[in-house]
Write a protein that binds this ligand. Structure first.
Ligand code: SAH
Length: 213
């Protein structure tokens, strides 16, 4: 582990996360443990702990640390959940979900990103992660229902299949809106009634669906 990067990571946690109200100790510990610089190209590593999204190739981005932390805090994971992630990207949030839950099923549509993420997660020893190249709007029916579903790309509406694959009292977090800005929404399945809340404004890359689901 590089000492230099861990100092930057501590500052990120203090200023960007605790400073903005993130308080869940499990989330903060996981964000300290998972080395964000390992999920970007070497040339971008000096910027890995900056307060922003960064390019990961193929027109995609690794999400801003604060938005990832806010998403994880809202999921209130205890450690034994089955989680579905749509948009593996760099694999950074996948690693954090693997730290915080029992198992992670992650879907990415760009095969090169999926295999890079797989290699990184293997190197880091995550054995509770399955990655598949597919259209995530269809979910992963064989392993449904999921206690939590996290979508890391923006959609105009909630993909119906994802709601169908949510467990009783499961939570779905997804950015809803167009390409100029979205609202990060949480949908909670309370006794088969879906409760909707807005977490914050956000900007994500678009969720690209093969079909209109
Ligand atoms: N959480 C990721 C963010 C990745 S950006 C990270 O921290 O690195 C969003 C990702 O969603 C991109 O990699 C994009 O290719 C992927 N994506 C977009 N539409 C998708 C779809 N329908 N199914 C699966 N992945 C999708």
């Amino acid at each position: 582990m590089s000492i230099g990067f861990s100092v930057y990571r501590e500052k990120m946690i203090q200023n960007q996360l605790i400073g903005r109200g993130i308080s869940d100790k499990r989330v903060l510990d996981a964000m300290m443990k998972v080395e964000r610089h390992r999920f970007v190209d070497e040339a971008l590593q000096p910027r890995a702990y900056n307060d922003c999204a960064l390019p990961i190739g193929y027109g995609q981005t690794i999400s801003q640390p604060y938005i990832v932390a806010l998403t994880l805090e809202n999921l209130k994971l205890k450690g034994d959940e089955k989680v579905l992630e749509i948009g593996t990207g760099s694999g950074y949030q996948t690693a954090l979900l693997a730290e915080l839950s029992g198992s992670v099923f992650s879907i990415e549509r760009i095969s090169q990103l999926a295999s890079q993420a797989r290699n990184r997660l293997d190197e880091l020893g995550y054995i509770n992660v399955a990655i598949r190249v597919s259209d995530g709007t269809l979910g992963w029916k064989e392993f449904a229902p999921f206690d939590a579903i996290v979508v890391s790309a923006a959609s105009k509406k909630i993909p119906e299949r994802l709601l169908e694959q949510l467990s009783i009292s499961g939570k779905l977090i997804i950015p809803i809106g167009g390409s100029f800005g979205q609202k990060l929404k949480i949908f909670e399945n309370e006794n088969n009634k879906i409760e909707e809340k807005t977490i914050c404004n956000c900007i994500f890359v678009p969720l690209i669906s093969e079909k209109n689901s």
